[in-house]
Design a protein around this ligand. Structure first.
Ligand code: SIN
Ligand code: CO
Length: 380
């Protein structure tokens, strides 16, 4: 992607300028970010997805006059389990629609001026008149693209983060809006993390939220240390604690300080090789989401060769790289300089044409063949 080229999607800003001026800093309202936008799936198709076990779905129902005023339920939901369309004030939110619908995945790809390591998913909400999830803050950046109908957004820098008590949703107690916009289909609002917002449907409405992954230090420490632990033997060997100078003790319960020293050394040694952490990070970031299953391709012998074809990553595949490794769906590889360049190109473009695929070494080509059989990519 040419990051200096101005985009209607960003209101005439280039990705470079957008990242510099707005990303993680301040909101941006873009009128007609996606001109003449038509919803990529109908209400019925969204409800079908909400009924499937594969999608993560929530239903939020406002109950005015009843305490606590809000009801939250987790899906899946059969159509008949949803409130009637003429009942105002309810919203259904379907997470990860990009994993299911190719055109939604393509739409999300337009935001790949942000690294894949940060892009999370595209959520679609459907609301009846007056529906919304209440004033709240999200911990991640979000692009809110209006897909159908109108939604009134009120936004403001949060001054008081206290939440309404006894409500099943995180709703701010004292929301003070500073700006207000009504979004029409194709309009988009970018909000940085922690910016308070409240979107209320004006008539039936569908909103697409492009959300970002914002890992915490604690999460990364847990995930990476677990992976370091799995490879501990390779990093530190099997040397055993020895204590030929251990004196006799009269406080048998005390842990010998030498043992703490030995343990500290072991952990430091396990973390010493920076490649171990880099590998763990890439494997973690490309781990498929828990609800993702690939369809293994049992290719007949005659079809086994995808050679001569181009290859395209399955939309559910996550592929990234760093200076040393190639990662795909939680696995890591190293490759020769030429193969690595081609693999990086596959990760960036999400396809390799037949000519480039043909340039891979026999070993790398076999690897890609294995990925095709795992359903991670497909010939075209
Ligand atoms: C919605 O689409 O209803 C909620 C999106 C959000 O506030 O983040
Ligand atoms: Co939000």
């Amino acid at each position: 992607m040419d990051t200096t080229q101005v985009l209607p999607l960003l209101g005439g800003l280039s990705p470079q300028l957008f990242m510099k001026r707005h990303w993680q800093k301040k909101p941006l309202l873009v009128r007609q970010a996606a001109p003449h936008f038509k919803p990529l799936l109908s209400r019925v198709e969204l409800f079908d997805l909400a009924a499937s076990e594969d999608a993560q779905t929530r239903l939020v129902i406002q109950q005015p006059g009843k305490l606590p005023g809000w009801r939250l339920r987790q899906g899946p939901f059969q159509r008949k389990a949803l409130p009637p369309l003429k009942q105002p004030g309810w919203t259904i939110l379907v997470q990860g629609v990009d994993l299911h619908i190719e055109s939604v995945h393509q739409l999300m790809n337009q935001f790949r001026f942000v690294p894949d390591a940060r892009l999370d998913d595209l959520m679609i909400s459907f609301a009846t008149d007056g529906g919304g999830v209440g004033p709240h803050c999200d911990s991640y950046d979000v692009f809110l693209l209006q897909a159908h109908g109108r939604r009134r957004w009120r936004i403001g820098r949060p001054k008081d983060l206290s939440l309404q008590p006894d409500v099943p949703l995180k709703i701010l107690s004292h929301f003070v809006p500073e700006q207000e916009f009504v979004l029409e289909p194709g309009d988009m609002l970018y909000l940085p993390p922690g910016y308070a917002h409240d979107g209320i449907a004006e008539g039936e409405c569908m909103t697409y939220s492009i959300g970002f992954r914002i890992p915490s230090k604690a999460e990364l420490a847990r995930e990476l240390l677990q992976r370091v632990a799995e490879h501990a033997e390779d990093q530190v060997g099997l040397s055993l604690y020895r204590d030929p100078r251990q004196p006799a003790v009269n406080q048998a319960a005390e842990i010998p300080p030498k043992m703490l020293e030995f343990a500290t050394q072991a952990v430091q040694q396990a973390l010493q090789n920076p490649h171990t952490l880099a590998r763990g990070l890439g494997e973690y970031l490309t781990e498929p989401k828990p609800n993702v299953w690939f369809d293994t391709q049992v290719l007949p012998e005659s079809d086994k060769q995808i050679k001569g074809l181009g290859v395209r990553l399955d939309r559910r595949s996550k592929m990234m790289f760093d200076a040393r490794h190639i990662f795909i769906n939680g696995e890591s590889f190293t490759a020769s300089a030429k193969d690595a360049a081609l693999m990086r190109s596959l990760a960036n473009q999400r396809f390799l044409d037949a000519k480039d695929f043909g340039r891979l070494s026999a070993q790398a080509s076999d690897l890609v063949q294995g990925w095709a059989q795992a359903g991670w990519l497909h010939g075209f």
